[in-house]
Design a protein around this ligand. Structure first.
Ligand SMILES: Cc1ncc(C[n+]2csc(CCO)c2C)c(N)n1
Length: 247
């Protein structure tokens, strides 16, 4: 699959545009500034060994199965997080957005996940019995707590590494020379997150965040950056949990 062009610039400030007028840091989108504030953690998450091995086709199948099992539990808690987004909504538009995400996960994605797990030798009964790993608990409960303590923006920022990270990971993988293009057992996983539908959803989330972040003051931006960094590190821990098959 051909990677799509990035909707935003890379996060580095271009010194000049073609008018010859010096550009400032404000030319970088607010979401890119959020990423830039956690650049090393973001890179460690998006370019984690789990991701690299998945792209190279060398990831042990047992590690991927362990990840898929935990991801089933993860999805259930993410559905709850969108339920919380409904509760935290102040407008009908926000409420409908949360409801649509909640319904998409409950009515569609969980079913697709069960089907996909079956292809990997994990039955629905197996999924029902999976004990929750600590990394799954830590990440999902962190996101729910960020939403409980804060407002809808705090919740969206905590959800951003999930919503946007996977889209960036798929785009990045498709551009890597180490990508196994033929016969990669993980090709359908990469293709799903590289799909136009998924990339469009990530773009919509970037736009939502850019609109909200544009009007926050520096202290609030710093606090949100902390939430974003925490959630990003918890995503990296989730990969590591898969790699080590840890509970
Ligand atoms: C650990 C982990 N992080 C992110 C995703 C991707 N993801 C899960 S739910 C959702 C939004 C609604 O579909 C997205 C993008 C995942 N599967 N597992």
């Amino acid at each position: 699959m051909t990677p799509r062009p990035k909707p935003y610039c890379s996060g580095r400030v271009r010194p000049h545009d073609n008018t010859g007028v010096a550009m400032t840091a404000t030319d970088v989108s607010p979401f890119e500034r959020l990423k830039a504030a956690s650049a090393e953690d973001w890179r460690a998450y998006c370019q984690h060994d789990f991701v690299r091995q998945l792209g190279a086709g060398t990831l042990p199948r047992a590690a991927f199965r362990h990840y898929l099992e935990q991801d089933y539990l993860f999805l259930i808690h993410f559905a709850r997080a969108w339920g919380l987004a409904v509760y935290k909504s102040r407008t009908i538009t926000e409420l409908r957005q949360g409801l649509d995400m909640l319904k998409a996960i409950v009515d569609v994605e969980l079913g697709l996940h069960v089907d996909y797990c079956r292809q990997w030798g994990v039955s629905e009964d197996d999924l029902m019995r999976v004990p929750e790993a600590r990394a799954t608990m830590a990440y999902t409960r962190y996101v729910l707590d960020a939403g409980h303590r804060g407002d809808l923006l705090d919740l969206h920022v905590a959800l951003a590494p999930c919503m946007i990270g996977y889209a960036e990971i798929a785009t990045w993988l498709n551009a890597q020379p180490f990508l196994m293009r033929d016969g990669n057992p993980y090709a359908s996983w990469i293709a799903m997150y590289a799909s136009e539908e998924f990339q469009d959803a990530a773009d919509a989330e970037r736009r939502w965040l850019d609109a909200r972040l544009a009007s926050v003051d520096p202290a609030r931006f710093a606090a949100l950056s902390g939430t974003f960094r925490d959630a990003t590190r918890l995503e990296a821990d989730f990969w590591q949990m898969g790699l080590e098959r840890r509970f």
